[in-house]
Design a protein around this ligand. Structure first.
Ligand SMILES: [Zn+2]
Length: 342
């Protein structure tokens, strides 16, 4: 396979590796489109948790070109597929018990295992999902975002008609808001960036609020003075966590959600006074088929996200350019690469 790898912070170059079928239950996939997310650019800038070199690219979709063994799980040449970006390690204590969703060391594409900015990948059958014709390639690029959002909906135990404050209007926050509407909740999206709020409105999110000193009053008005019993803080959005805590009611559930694990400070004084319950969602493990169904049901409008799209041969200079500054405008620190030659 050929692809691009980040050799050290700030350095990216072409790479070639030989990949072989290791067992009789794998497929070889030609990656047609790769989505780089903000976390890929964090890796490019230098992430102490990453062992370089690493191939970036959190999301990869493509077509099956070869299957191994007799047990092809229904996969056939030419089928469109999504290769899972997060898989369990298979080695830790939890994996040994069969408790895969609590794996202590998930394999995460572009972080601790190679991502999808390459021409081919060999993956085990159960780490690949078929894409139905009703899910377009553009929609499929957001499967991971929908899958993380689906886990958040569970983590906050969303009830019909319930208000959920989302602090952070990055692409993940806006997709989460759309999913909450789909499940008949009432999202209130908060950001300090007018562009992101506009984008959220275009995606059908009706309560969008600018995070200024009147925010508490505005949320109290919408929620009937009780503030929000469910608050989700988007870790990729770069807002102060005080906003999330301020908008939470007493005994509220506060979920920290995102693809990365940046250094975030939380004022536990407020948390203790309000008796808040915290939980975290940092990956999409096990939710890919559910996310594909949600997209097939047209619950999420992905057309609002205008993400720069380039050919793979242009990728090196564009990634270097985007990697200079991590942008907190939704869509700006993201890139779609159409794979041809590297
Ligand atoms: Zn494990």
């Amino acid at each position: 396979m050929e692809g691009l790898q980040i050799t050290a912070p700030g350095a990216i170059s072409t790479t070639e590796k030989k990949e072989l079928f290791e067992n009789s239950s794998s497929v070889k996939v030609k990656i047609t489109k790769t989505l780089l997310i903000q976390e890929d650019f964090v890796t490019f800038c230098g992430d102490p948790r990453v062992n370089y070199p690493i191939i970036p690219g959190r999301v990869g979709i493509g077509k099956v070109i070869e299957t191994s063994g007799d047990n092809a799980f229904g996969f056939e040449r030419g089928m469109s597929v999504f290769v899972h970006p997060v898989t369990n390690c298979g080695k830790c204590f939890e994996c040994a018990k069969g408790d895969f969703k609590h794996c202590a060391n998930f394999n995460v594409a572009g972080k601790n295992v190679d991502g999808f900015l390459r021409d081919f990948v060999i993956a085990e059958n159960d780490c690949v999902s078929l894409l139905p014709p009703s899910v377009s390639e553009t929609e499929a690029l957001f499967i991971d975002h929908v899958a993380v959002s689906d886990r958040v909906v569970d983590a906050i135990n969303l009830q019909k008609g319930e208000h959920v404050v989302i602090v952070g209007g990055d692409v993940l926050g806006i997709i989460l808001a759309q999913l909450i509407i789909y499940y008949q909740g009432v999202p209130i999206l908060v950001d300090n960036n007018y562009k992101n709020l506009e984008l959220a409105k275009n995606a059908g999110v009706y309560h969008t609020l600018f995070a200024d000193n009147k925010i508490e009053k505005a949320v109290a008005e919408l929620t009937g003075a009780r503030l929000a019993g469910k608050v989700v803080y988007m870790t990729g959005a770069n807002l102060n966590t005080d906003i999330a805590l301020k908008l939470a009611s007493n005994n509220a559930t506060v979920c920290l959600a995102g693809f990365g694990s940046p250094n975030i400070r939380i004022n536990f004084n407020t948390a203790l006074l309000k008796q808040l319950n915290f939980n975290c969602v940092t990956n999409s493990f096990g939710r890919y088929d559910s996310a594909i169904n949600i997209l097939a049901n047209k619950a999420i409008d992905t057309d609002v996200f205008m993400i720069k799209t380039i050919k793979s041969e242009q990728a090196i200079p564009v990634i270097c350019d985007l990697g200079k500054n991590i942008s907190y405008n939704a869509c700006e620190s993201m890139l779609v690469v159409e794979n041809d030659k590297f």
